[in-house]
Design a protein around this ligand. Sequence first.
Ligand code: NAD
Length: 257
Amino acid sequence: MYLEKFRLDGKIAVVTGGARGIGYAIADALSEAGATVVIADMNGEGAKDAAAKLAAKGRKTSSEQLDVTDPRAVEKVQQAIVKRHGRVDILVNNAGIAISNEPAESMSDPTWLKVLDVNLNGVFWCCRAFGKAMLEQGSGNIVNIGSISADIVNKPQEQSQYNASKAGVHHLTRSLAAEWATRKVRVNAVAPTYIESDMTKSVAEGSSMMKYWLDGTPMGRMGQPSEIAAVVLFLASDASSLLTGSIVMADGGYTCW
Ligand code: NAD
């Protein structure tokens, strides 16, 4: 009875930024649970390859090239997916970028705008387009990928744009959850700690940051993409039917200290 609730058979799911890293692990988890997963990524070739890799494991997948910062493109892709699959039941807003080591006083306009555009505007454009259709069909489930950076200030890297963008994602999650709760569209978020992916590799390479990160984590280690995917699977499934507006910390205890 309980394990059944984690199954996603017959569901159509969209994962933004699913070509690699955490997004790919999420696509893997949702498709293993039975969902048909559309990988939507700015890197169209990467999305195609990721979908093919999952298809080789017997999963139901397809791909779309999508830049989430373009609201018209988001609408077009939403319509294309509904045309192909009939509906969308689950949306995972995972696409995101990080630009670190940017002191606020010298941050360029483009850096501030770019990070907010992908991490916050992109999440809103997707929630609006897919959420509208979910409200019309009377059901839906949205999971946003936030961050510990929404609640704490990372040490030692200076990245006020990233932190502000993720704080926006957490409160957008609560706002949409409250607006849509009685219309059966749930909206939750996961707040990961440092996860081993290309994103953290590019930030930490050649720096002494890693020591700060691990010293600041009670578990003393980074997370794996699969450990975030497992939380997303819970939030995307009926196992979490009472949760909406929740921000699930998946942080090895980072926010305890
Ligand atoms: P990643 O850089 O490895 O992968 C990000 C993916 O998003 C890539 O496939 C990229 O092509 C895609 N993408 C980037 N901009 C896009 C856009 N405008 N439109 C569509 N797709 C776009 O990153 P990751 O580590 O897998 O992170 C995934 C999410 O998790 C991000 O939102 C990130 O902020 C969040 N997160 C990551 C960590 C971490 O430590 N890695 C920690 C907390 C939160």
